[in-house]
Write a protein that binds this ligand. Structure first.
Ligand code: G4P
Length: 536
């Protein structure tokens, strides 16, 4: 087997997706502890303490600038090199999260058993579904009095439009939580509260009628488990690897991250079954990771928060071949050669210069303004990877230069911020100076103002815009598109690629316009094509 094939098989690149407060930070920390990547709990920072003000947020970003490595956490576990991508903690930065998902091959969905499926989970899963990303699910906080597990399965299946396949099943809940029964291994894992460092007790119980079950969990929970398992096996088909890998169904695990219960088993399962780097669809063709020639794309750009250093870190996902330090590559968008002397790999709390990287790896590249999100680097071929779309923002504002004397700074700042993906910028057709900002969350507007002032010495203010729902539009019928754009002139914007965006006031209004204009196609991402499925 070639070195490339060997390295490929070992790689596992995934992200945790969840609604804030579900336990993502706690799980990340436990995974890193098991992987030996950190040695003390509390080393992974949660992003949720920044609900407060912009300056709190900026402080935190500064810290992140220094320990940028927390964005990608690499560690070794059971022979696999695992790359765990962090997604921003704050809900306002979810567009960054969406894009981060373009760089992973699978996702771990965390659901709080008390709250069930929440808003952000829904949107993140939509993105995974669009790309057919395999999802494993961990239902957390079983030590609390949460929703009924049957109801949780049902809710997950219904709300996330994905098949659910319980792999473990809880025995009791809240104060009565006794552990989980693994339906595939047919073993009982017992939970001992407070004993976080001890390996979980595992007892083989092939047949649930075995009286050992009563002995271990008591008569009432034993009876309930038998009834529920009988019900489950009637309702849900058994877990099939192919359904997981194609994103059709998600294996579901139950546990309590805080109590370290179920997390190691989860990691073992992921190490055993999560997919290695997958082929990636590009506009030109499907790129396979085992191809000898290197290719990769930039999915995130992280600004240095120190205004004296305008440099940034661009995050490159390696898609095929071997990436080498100092080798000469091709930057597709500019058509120029590209070479880097200090590509950085990220371990849990460290980063180091590396000589090589393989498909699935994330490499940090020191950038002085060369890259934009979505850029491809290859060994000469022209490739544009799909799947790094802009998502429809939810908040729109006209942006106004509040200090016309500093117009140059204002334009530069705005352009750079758009390149970094902090905001999306639209304009009115034929009126390029009327600029509209689109963001996913309110905080982004404040961050933009702060950074414009502190990094670019420019002032900006906002004016409200009535419409709040954006859809990218196309049509096979050019004339119909032109007519539509004419008819709805006050509601049309263009994005930075000169694609039309239609603005509506409400879901109801949108539906009405859509149904009366059957020739127009509406999309909620800028990519406007169903991301093609790379053959698996
Ligand atoms: P997040 O990154 O998804 O936002 O969640 P995080 O891990 O920070 O967890 C959110 C809260 O839920 C934390 O409590 C955490 O301790 C708690 N938590 C995580 N897993 C479990 C679990 O299995 N059971 C229970 N009962 N709680 C859990 P906090 O009080 O908000 O923060 P902290 O002071 O404990 O850090």
């Amino acid at each position: 087997m070639s070195e490339l094939e060997n390295q490929l098989k070992r790689r596992l690149t995934f992200a945790i997706i969840s609604h804030p407060d579900s336990g993502k930070t706690t799980i990340t920390e436990k995974l890193l502890l098991f992987g030996g990547a950190i040695h003390i709990a509390g080393a992974v920072k949660s992003g949720k303490n920044l609900k407060a003000s912009v300056s709190d947020f900026m402080e935190m970003e500064k810290e992140r600038g220094i320990s940028i490595s927390t964005s990608v956490m690499g560690f070794e576990y059971k022979g696999r090199k695992i790359n765990l991508l962090d997604t921003p903690g704050h809900a306002d930065f979810s567009e960054d999260t969406y894009r981060g998902l373009s760089a992973v091959d699978s996702a771990l969905l965390v659901i709080d058993s008390v709250k069930g499926v929440e808003e952000r989970t829904r949107r993140l899963c939509e993105v995974c579904r669009m790309r057919h990303t395999p999802i494993a699910t961990f239902i957390n906080k079983l030590d609390r009095e949460g929703k009924d597990p049957m109801e949780l399965l049902d809710e997950t299946e219904r709300e996330l439009a994905i098949g659910v396949r319980p792999v473990t099943w809880p025995v009791g809940q809240g104060r009565a939580f006794k552990g989980v029964y693994n339906l595939v291994e047919k073993s009982l894992y017992l939970f001992v509260p407070g004993e976080v460092e001890r390996p979980t007790d595992m007892i083989k119980i092939e047949d649930l009628e075995d009286p050992l079950l009563e002995e271990k969990v008591g008569a009432s929970l034993a009876r309930r488990l038998r009834d529920e398992v009988a019900l489950l096996t009637g309702v849900y088909p058994p877990f099939e690897m192919a359904d997981y890998l194609s994103g059709k169904a998600t294996p579901v695990f139950f546990g309590s991250a805080l109590n370290n219960f179920g997390v190691r088993e989860l990691l073992d399962t992921l190490a055993a079954m999560a997919p290695p780097p997958m082929p990636k669809a590009a506009t030109e063709r499907v790129v396979r990771p085992e191809e000898e020639k290197f290719s990769g794309f930039i999915f995130k750009i992280h600004a240095n928060m120190n205004p004296k250093h305008r440099d940034r870190v661009a995050f490159l996902r390696v898609c095929s071949g071997k990436f080498e330090r100092n080798a000469s590559y091709y930057h597709v968008r500019s058509g120029k050669p590209f070479r880097t002397a200090n590509p950085t790999a990220f371990m849990a709390q460290d980063s180091e210069i590396v000589n090589e990287a393989w498909p699935g790896d994330i490499v940090g590249i020191h950038d002085t303004g060369t890259f934009k999100i979505g850029d491809t680097i290859t060994q000469g071929e022209t490739i544009h990877f799909d799947g790094i779309p802009s998502f429809a923002p939810q908040i729109f504002r006209f942006i106004v230069n509040a200090d016309p004397e500093r117009d140059k700074q204002y334009r530069k700042g705005l352009d750079q911020m758009a390149e970094e993906g902090v905001v999306q910028i639209f304009s009115k057709p034929n009126r390029p100076n009327t600029r509209v900002l689109g963001v996913v969350g309110q905080l982004q507007l404040e961050v933009l103002q702060y950074r414009m002032e502190h990094e670019y010495n420019a002032l900006c203010s906002y004016k409200n815009i009535e419409q709040t729902i954006a859809h990218w539009i196309t049509s096979d019928d050019k004339k119909a598109l032109e007519e539509f754009v004419d008819n709805y002139a006050t509601r049309i914007l263009v994005d930075i690629r000169d694609t039309y965006v239609f603005m509506s006031d409400s879901p109801w209004h949108f539906e009405r316009v859509k149904s009366t204009n059957p020739k127009i196609r509406f999309y909620s991402t800028s990519e406007m094509v169903e991301v093609r499925e790379a053959s698996r």
